[in-house]
Design a binder for this molecule. Sequence first.
Ligand SMILES: [Zn+2]
Length: 150
Amino acid sequence: MKLLLSEIGPDGATFDGEDPVETLVWPYTERDVVRPAGPMRWHVEARLLGEELVCTGSASALFEGVCCRCGGPLSREYGDGFAVSMRVGPDQVEADLTSELRETILLALPNHPICSENCPGPAAIAPAAGEGDGEGQAGPWAALDALSRG
Ligand SMILES: [Zn+2]
């Protein structure tokens, strides 16, 4: 995200937009639990204080993958607010905030992403306690029980 310093008036300026998903420079691997699936979106409020550019706002992107709690599909927007200031030279035309916005999004990614705050957890794939114990009901735990009985 590059903003033109000439667009920032005495009262500052607001910028909204998005950059292509490639801007996140995600190192795609087979082991990704989640990966970016949409553009990097941003909202930036910029002010010029002399030679200091002060920006606040937010950045986010859509991520898709596998829920770490229930194992189901995950599709969520991750992001956060940010604040940054940088010195701008008298001949400088634009300021590049790409790395700050990218960092804001990557730092907002949880270590164990879940599909929603209402994720049902393992209950979504396994029967509740006691349900798999009856005859003829082969829950996922029944197979493990059979192995442990050897
Ligand atoms: Zn889940």
